[in-house]
Design a protein around this ligand. Structure first.
Ligand code: SAH
Ligand code: F3S
Length: 496
């Protein structure tokens, strides 16, 4: 049986696409190799959102040329956004590549590999499924429990035209999945053991049901062009899948953070008290050049409404530094916005000029050194906010969804008895390492912990007495241990 391996670059959408490629390949009779060296088919799921990500692919393929020469039947597949962006050109530029497959063509992968095995020539398939959009779902596994957390795609593509962004080009126009299908997938996952679902989309909160099956959500205005059916979808998932512990989503666009969504957050307990809301810049001048279609004041007012509706809700964001024409004053406005909103997490990026983007018309005129220096100052500001936030949680009690085992005893700087064995996330998405929790026996439980210490980016926690007592009886009953979450190699999720 041929063995395959997948390496993933980039965003959660790519992580999700890689999971679907695992499914598609397994169903076609392939088995997962222990590592890339042992594979017959190597898939690189690529990202092109910044130039650095694209360079990574090029150096990786260079390395693989040698790997291929060792055995002529080895196959290199390039998937993801670079595949979509470059198509056939990749085959011409890099002889080591055998198959180029776009995000909408994943189901065709086994067929393309089959043709190749029969002597077919290298091939590129990068066609958007505009007329009949396909949303691949995870195949239910009959033998084991599902992972405690899962992604569910609700829309793909993007109709915004942020001037810096290549995504509308690589992922095509917006296409939505029906709410019936979304609810059915989530219900299936929850029945198999999943506790937390993250709804995925490029502008996830612009969602509309293509079949018009959702009632208007409370608070939704009929004549606000920014209104969508996202709040209605959240309400339907909450009502129809009561076993779901947490319902997250990423990434929303600030324009669609409307009163109906704020109200959903206020009323639905399943929505956690954390939202990632990309802002990109704190300067109106830069926001206009970025074609973000909101002002700083609008962003602040909308996120403030959310925080007022859900006390204690935290926000994280994406920021680009050194965009075309960004002055020191513009950057100072970004820093002041970071402090004003008080983001508890931040992905920061140096502006990188991308092909097929409107901003190609603007000069990339902020020197690399200035971009780097602004990025450091940005991280400094956000680290200080995060440190203050995390240390403020010491001594509190939090509900943690157990998502994984820490790699080693004592990981995360644990000094407690037995070291940190388990880790998970609080309702606000802070990472918590749970020390000495021998009573826990499986992933997916939501347990009560008290926060003992703050690390730089995470919390050190202990089970509360009540949580220990609740865990013990089941352990005596010998409940079967849950599976460790299969971890996909994720590269370049963060940085600059
Ligand atoms: N809506 C998408 C955004 C994809 S890009 C989502 O679901 O996350 C992710 C982030 O990368 C953006 O929010 C932006 O901060 C950053 N980014 C996009 N294009 C960029 C570019 N050309 N240079 C630097 N950073 C960029
Ligand atoms: Fe990109 Fe803007 Fe869409 S950042 S994905 S064009 S909302």
């Amino acid at each position: 049986m041929p063995r395959y391996s997948i390496t993933t670059f980039g965003c959660q959408m790519n992580v999700h696409d890689s999971e679907r490629m695992h499914d598609v390949l397994r169903r076609a009779g392939y088995t997962e190799a222990g590592g890339p060296e042992e594979a017959d088919v190597l898939v690189l799921n690529t990202c092109s959102v910044r130039e650095k990500a694209e360079q990574k692919l090029r150096s990786e393929v260079g390395r693989l040329a040698r790997w291929k020469r060792e055995r002529t039947d080895r196959v290199v597949v390039v998937a993801g956004c670079v595949a979509q962006q470059e198509g056939e050109r990749l085959l011409k530029q890099m002889r080591a590549i055998d198959v180029v497959v776009g995000p909408d063509n994943i189901p065709e992968l086994p067929g393309l590999l089959g043709d190749l095995a029969l002597g077919g020539l290298p091939v590129a398939r990068t066609v958007f499924d505009l007329d009949a959009p396909r949303f691949l779902v995870a195949s239910p596994s009959s033998s084991s429990r599902a992972a405690p957390t899962a992604f569910v795609t609700i829309m793909k593509g993007c109709d915004e035209r942020c001037s810096f962004c290549i995504v509308p080009h690589t992922r095509g126009p917006e296409r939505y999945r029906s709410s019936d299908e979304i609810v059915a997938e989530i219900a299936g996952l929850v029945a198999a053991g999943t506790r937390e679902v993250t709804l995925l989309g490029q502008t996830v909160n612009s969602y509309r049901d293509p079949l018009g099956a959702l009632p208007r959500a409370p608070g939704a205005s009929a004549d606000d062009p920014d209104e969508s059916e996202f709040a209605a979808l959240l309400r339907r998932v909450a009502a129809d899948v009561p076993g779901l512990a947490r319902l997250r989503y990423t990434s929303p666009h600030p324009r669609h953070l409307t009163p109906s969504l704020v109200l959903a957050h206020a009323e639905l307990a399943v929505l956690p008290r954390h939202v990632h809301m990309p802002v990109q810049s704190g300067s109106d001048r830069v926001l206009r050049r970025m074609i973000r279609r909101y002002t700083r004041a609008e962003y602040v007012a909308r996120t403030r409404a959310l925080v007022e509706a859900v006390p204690g809700l935290t926000l994280s964001t994406d920021i680009i530094v050194g965009f075309s024409g960004e002055t020191e004053d513009d950057f100072a406005a970004t820093l002041s916005l970071v402090r004003e909103v008080g983001f508890k997490g931040l992905f920061g990026f140096k502006y990188s000029r991308r092909p097929h983007t409107p901003a190609l018309k603007l000069p990339d005129d902020v020197p690399e050194g200035v971009k780097g220096e602004r990025l450091s100052r940005l991280f400094e500001a956000s680290e200080a906010l995060l440190a203050a936030h995390l240390s403020g949680l010491v001594g509190t009690t939090q509900a943690v969804l157990v998502e994984g085992r820490d790699k080693e005893r004592g990981a995360g700087g644990a000094r407690g008895q037995g070291g940190a064995l388990w880790s998970g996330r609080t309702g606000r998405h802070e990472i918590a390492h749970i020390e000495g929790a021998a009573e826990l026996d499986r992933l997916g439980d939501v347990v009560e912990v008290s926060i003992a210490r703050a690390n730089k980016h995470s919390l050190q926690a202990e089970l509360t007495e009540a949580a220990r007592a609740a865990a013990r009886p089941r352990q005596r009953g010998g409940a079967e241990p849950g599976p460790a979450r299969r971890s996909l190699p994720v590269v370049a999720a963060e940085g600059g």
